[in-house]
Design a protein around this ligand. Structure first.
Ligand code: ZN
Length: 357
């Protein structure tokens, strides 16, 4: 079934993990044997051949670069200008992948419909189809001034999550507290003017509520799970989920094990001993459906290879192609054919068609 994944850090993998995503997952792993600079070496799950194998024809793909003040222990750049330059390298990679026919940027209704027509043509093998990507920015620190938003919109940026981990220049993120401040509100105003989607993922509670109060455009949450199942500020409370549903949002289910099962200890827990499989993510999506009273607000935003690999992913997922196991799992849970299609792609498409009409 045609599948949309609303959160993949593809350019980060290419530029910081040095992965040529045109190779298979297994070729990339092979090349990383013996490397120990990152905990997920030789454990990646995402590459173009596996996206095609899994019918994942459209993704939301990120730019990502954090600014850190001198007292901030998180990894990041020493100035917003450096972070901006990093994201420009990432854009250059996406453009290089377009130039060789591997990817195609989807940035308006016409390009979306054209792309969907291509992927629904079963006479063309997936190997010959470019993977569509919608460009998103995870954490807005690299936006040097609010004027840079228009520059970014020009090269195709269509969604922004103002925060990532820790304190940010425009909003406070996961594990931080506090509101947006005047710069954050200006950022939201400019996003609204340019019809850029607000990604509510990673906003801390204070910034989340302030952002929703001040932003009147389209809101989604690209990769998020539920606080009532795994209690952490990175997850949404039922109250936040309710508000997102009221605002017409779609929430993408993530496949990062520590968000899926309680009491995960990084580097110690394993997917097997924590019983973390794809069904667990569906438990979270089910919970959102219970709150909504329908299946109209959930999708997939896997975050696979988002600085973790197989060691922190569901044990029944070898590569991203295994997202194709989900339709059957939903069927067994009693989801209708129509609802399964909504989860795999339909809800994101409804959202985009409405946002870009
Ligand atoms: Zn994230």
């Amino acid at each position: 079934m045609f599948t949309i994944d609303a959160h993949l850090d593809l350019s980060m993998n290419a530029m910081e993990w040095n992965r040529d995503l045109r190779n298979t997952v297994f070729e990339i792993r092979e090349r990383e044997i013996g490397l120990s600079d990152k905990p997920d070496r030789a454990k990646g799950t995402v590459a173009f051949p596996e996206l095609r194998k899994g019918n994942v024809g459209l993704v939301v793909a990120t730019q990502i670069a954090r600014y850190v003040a001198p007292n901030n222990p998180l990894p990041g750049w020493a100035s917003p200008e450096q972070a901006w330059a990093q994201t420009q390298g990432q854009v250059a990679w996406y453009q290089a992948m377009e130039a060789c026919g591997e990817m195609v940027q989807i940035n308006d209704l016409a390009s979306l419909e054209k792309h969907l027509a291509l992927w629904s043509d079963t006479t063309i093998p997936n190997e010959q189809k470019a993977i569509g990507y919608i460009l998103s920015l995870e954490g807005a620190d690299s936006i040097v001034t609010v004027d840079h938003v228009a520059k970014a919109h020009e090269y195709g940026l269509r969604a922004i999550g103002p925060a990532h981990y820790g304190p940010g220049r425009y909003a406070q993120g996961t594990d931080a507290t506090g509101g947006l401040g005047p710069h954050g509100r200006d950022l939201l105003k400019e996003m609204e003017r340019l019809n850029i989607i607000l990604d509510a993922t990673h906003l801390c509670d204070d910034s989340f509520w302030e952002a929703l109060d001040h932003f009147h455009g389209n809101i989604w949450a690209s990769h998020n799970l539920c606080r009532s199942l795994v209690n952490h500020n990175r997850q949404f409370s039922d109250e936040q989920i309710k508000e997102l549903i009221n605002r017409g949002a779609v929430i993408g289910g993530a496949l990062d094990a520590w968000m899926m099962v309680p009491n995960w200890v990084r580097g110690v827990s394993t997917p097997e001993n924590m019983n973390c499989n794809l069904e667990v993510m569906l438990d979270h999506l089910d919970h959102i459906c219970q709150i909504a009273g329908n299946a109209n607000h959930i999708g997939i935003g896997s975050d696979l290879d988002g600085a973790f690999g197989k060691e922190q992913s569901p044990y029944d997922l070898e590569t991203i192609a295994d997202l194709q196991k989900i339709p059957d799992m939903l069927r067994k849970r009693g989801y209708s054919k129509e609802d399964i299609e909504k989860v795999m792609h339909g809800n994101w498409l409804r959202f985009l068609r409405n946002a870009w009409k």
